[in-house]
Design a protein around this ligand. Structure first.
Ligand SMILES: NC(=O)c1ccc[n+]([C@@H]2O[C@H](COP(=O)([O-])OP(=O)(O)OC[C@H]3O[C@@H](n4cnc5c(N)ncnc54)[C@H](O)[C@@H]3O)[C@@H](O)[C@H]2O)c1
Length: 129
């Protein structure tokens, strides 16, 4: 599968599965925005991608914050003109047993995993090519 000329972003791209997605998309030819709330990690993955000849940019964004999500999409579209692939990977899991899960932890988890992912999809939907 080739993705030459396509533009992708990966949230939570700074490590783990998201880092793997970023490499796979880049190796297939896509330009990749590596999005993470930890900018140092996003920058490190972008350096790895550069070494493979992949066009990549790091973006610091917390997907649970609507302003960050809007800025993420605006930055990508202004840089590369479009978004073709939205890889909404970022998520958290504190792994608490149900009986030990505080409502604060529940809210944090759902603010990122559901609300944040929804915002990414919603803001991106009008810009996907
Ligand atoms: N690893 C597993 O076994 C597993 C299983 C099922 C689902 N998942 C899901 O797959 C995704 C990736 O898993 P992983 O193991 O690579 O996770 P990970 O914790 O290793 O990496 C997650 C990355 O997302 C970033 N991140 C966290 N919250 C963010 C936010 N609000 N905004 C932007 N970036 C944020 C972190 O800084 C980190 O770089 C997660 O959504 C996770 O819940 C993982």
């Amino acid at each position: 599968m080739r993705l030459d000329g396509k533009v992708a972003y990966v949230t939570g791209g700074g490590q783990g599965i998201g880092r793997g997605f970023a490499h796979a998309l880049g190796e297939a030819g896509a330009k990749v925005a590596v999005v993470d709330m930890d900018h140092t990690k996003a920058q490190a993955v972008v350096k790895e991608l550069f070494l493979k000849g992949v066009h990549a940019i790091p973006i610091k964004a917390d997907i649970s914050k609507s302003d960050d999500v809007q800025r993420m999409v605006d930055t990508i579209v202004s840089k590369w003109g479009a978004i073709h692939i939205a890889c909404n990977n970022a998520g958290i899991n504190r792994n608490s047993a149900s009986e030990d899960t505080s409502l604060e932890e529940w809210d944090q988890t759902f603010n990122v995993n559901l609300r944040g992912t929804f915002m990414c999809c919603q803001v991106c939907a009008g810009r996907l090519s």
